[in-house]
Structure formats: structure tokens, C-alpha cells
Design a protein around this ligand. Sequence first.
Ligand code: CTP
Ligand code: CA
Length: 223
Amino acid sequence: EKHFAVKKNFSGKKILITAGPTYEAIDPVRFVGNRSSGKMGYALAQSFIEQGAEVTLISGPSHLVKPGGIKKFIPVESAQEMYEASNKCFPEMDIAVMSAAVADYRPKDIAQEKIKKADSGMTIEMEKTTDIAKSLGEIKSKKQLLVGFALETNNEEENAIRKLQNKNFDLIVLNSLRNPGSGFNHDTNQVKIFDKEGLKFQSELESKTTIAKMILEQIALLK
Ligand code: CTP
Ligand code: CA
């Protein structure tokens, strides 16, 4: 098959990958999170390593085993920590792939002590986190490639293309949550890949390992 024929495409290339969810603290024992497993990001890391790349993986909390042969593994919890680590590494990278499911909001104040229950209900005030992908898109040089993901349930293609433009991505991978077996916490995925010109590639439902190889092939075609 074609996507297995491409070998060692990324020899010596420096790749940044964000993966997994972020946890946003409420108090010392509680957080707001999401169901991302990190599988897609870890599969991408594995694929890049197999093709000779030096991979820096910045990962939110995940039970996955970190891929062997990784250059640098940076575990983080919050969107802010992921942002700081990504922003620091990015200037020396050739390619950044933003596969993390970053929280869009975090509790405005983190309680120093465990919050006690009361007779009433409760409200947590939230504020926006930094958009990591967008900030990298703003400082990206001509030599660097930035690849993003989009997880959509409606107006999928339109939303994905808007994200590609807004965040200055070179490529965006669209996961449709409408497809059973696709997206969060599955071993399989079905994607469409867009560049600035439009639709470049469309997959069937495949393992995340195969999807990772297909994404790498599309990135290789951009260089
Ligand atoms: N992303 C990021 N930092 C954030 C939010 C998103 O780096 N604070 C990245 C994701 O890793 C992904 C891309 O931006 O590569 C799109 O994420 P998504 O959640 O689909 O888009 P948002 O811009 O957050 O918009 P919305 O959730 O409202 O659809
Ligand atoms: Ca979001």
C-alpha cells in the first residue's frame, strides 16, 4: 500500500506533538477534564519516531505508555502548563502537531482548601484558557509547519476550514463525531484532511496507527 511505502521521511526532523486532555483544577482534589485518551497523539509520535524524527511529546494526563525512542517527554496537567511548555519548545521545531484536547475554560479561582458541600447548589465561574495552537500560529516562521485537529459535530467542513485559517495551520485533520468508532476513546478513527486549498485526503474507518501514517504522508507531501 502507498502509505506504507514512504519510509524515513522525517530523518532528523524536530517534531512537537501535544496530546491527551488537560485537567483544570477546581480545588486540591477536583478538576474539570475531558475524555481524550491521548491515543491519536501517541500514535503520531510513534509514527514520526519510526520515520526518523526527534519527537518532543507534551502530554496531558494519560494512562498510555510513552512511545520508545522519544527524544523528550513533557507531562503536563493544565492548559496553561501545556501552553508554557509548547511555547518554549516551538521555536526550535520543524513541525508542530496539535492533537491535544485542550480545555477551553478553567475555573477562575482555584480553592486552596477542599470545597465543602452546602445545602444549596453551586456555580463555578470559568475563564478562557490560552489557545495554544493559535499562539503558535502567530509566531510560526516560513520554515515551520503547523498541523491542527478539529472535532466537530455539525457544519464540520466549514468549521474545520475556518479553524485552519484562524490558527494559521498548514493542515487540519477533521474528526467527525458523527461516525461511530471515530474520535475520543476509540481505537479507530475516520478523518478528512484539508490544506489551504481545500480537501486533500479522506480516509475510511481505520486504526489510529494507520490514520497516523496517513497524516504523516500528507505532511510529507507539504514539505
Ligand atoms: N487547541 C489548542 N489550545 C486550545 C484549544 C484548542 O491548541 N486552548 C488546538 C487543538 O489541539 C486542535 C485545534 O486547536 O488542534 C482545534 O481545537 P478545537 O477544540 O476543535 O477548536 P477550538 O478553537 O477550541 O474551538 P471550539 O472548541 O469552540 O470548536
Ligand atoms: Ca475547544
